[in-house]
Design a protein around this ligand. Sequence first.
Ligand SMILES: Cc1cc2nc3c(=O)[nH]c(=O)nc-3n(C[C@H](O)[C@H](O)[C@H](O)COP(=O)(O)OP(=O)(O)OC[C@H]3O[C@@H](n4cnc5c(N)ncnc54)[C@H](O)[C@@H]3O)c2cc1C
Length: 340
Amino acid sequence: MKQVVIIGGGITGLSAAYQLEKSARDAGKAVAVTLLESSGRLGGKIVTEKIGGLAVEGGPDSFLTLKPWALELCRELGIEKELVGTNPRGSALYVYTRGKLRAFPQGMSGTVPTKLWPFLCSGLITWPGKLRMARDLWIARGGQVDESLGDFIERRLGREALDVLVEPVLAGIYAGNAREMSLQSTFPELLELEKKYGSLIRGLRSQPPRANHLLPGTTAFMTFKNGMETLVEKITEKMPQTTLRLGQTVRRISRGQSPGQEFEVMSDNGAPLKADAVLLTSSAEAAAGMLAGLNGRLAELLQGIAYASTATVTLAFRREDILRPLNGFGFVVPRNENLA
Ligand SMILES: Cc1cc2nc3c(=O)[nH]c(=O)nc-3n(C[C@H](O)[C@H](O)[C@H](O)COP(=O)(O)OP(=O)(O)OC[C@H]3O[C@@H](n4cnc5c(N)ncnc54)[C@H](O)[C@@H]3O)c2cc1C
């Protein structure tokens, strides 16, 4: 029987184990799957705590339905009824800038305006900033192979657009610095628009209106009534054949000693595990340590991947203490407001 070892019990490791078990069952094949997790719990970054009757998320608070796989998984696991969407009246996104919350104007495609009037009326960007953004319509194309996202946005739309529109939204998605992110790896479609139309604004205005891809009863982001850990609990229940081992920190993966065994997986506790295939789902840094003896070059590349640290602070308010309508999705604060 083939032996597969999965390292890491976050959602990647768990869904891989679930899928392996299911595919083997469907194909009538036998596969022995062992999942090794260093901590004392499953879920990795997915952490839901119950505080005062509220589901408080320490990590992800929702998943995107436009990428359909998480929703499909929920259907397979039979937890569709547990799903909840976002408040349909709360679609506005705010930016805290120049002393107050200002809404993203309608007609923004990502961070590029495609409707003139709402953008001109909005106080989000100052008049000099708006005029600078308009220069995108006639400035020349860039020539570099891969510049940073920050340099690209500043070149096309100006510094204020970068600071107020792009950086804060990106910080929420990538927890990174736009000056250090590759444009080709993050938003290659913007580069294509520049190449094809010579302008982001012209390019986005030429795109056909986006069809509404949302399935009935879903919103763009979905979560579970009892929080994201529902997914972890339910998927774990549906992999009865997988051996789950907690408190097992893998230190080293090496070539198998005996013929027919590809790898040997060494963890802090327990005997070495033989494996025909190993699936690594830990951070790149942890993976680099495990692979150092097996493939030095790969370990070096993994070690070079930078990570940012983040903190989550959750505040809860009574509805009667909020005097304004709840019509917003949330707000972001540009770095240059110096409020952090
Ligand atoms: C604050 C925050 C908010 C987020 N919000 C969202 C969101 O709203 N929507 C969204 O889609 N995504 C969000 N993400 C991203 C999402 O949470 C992650 O992409 C996803 O959970 C990663 O899952 P994973 O299994 O790949 O990794 P992890 O969850 O990191 O799991 C890796 C596991 O490997 C284990 N491990 C590490 N080293 C070893 C070792 N040597 N031996 C054995 N085990 C080891 C770890 O203990 C961990 O359990 C957010 C992330 C964070 C941090």
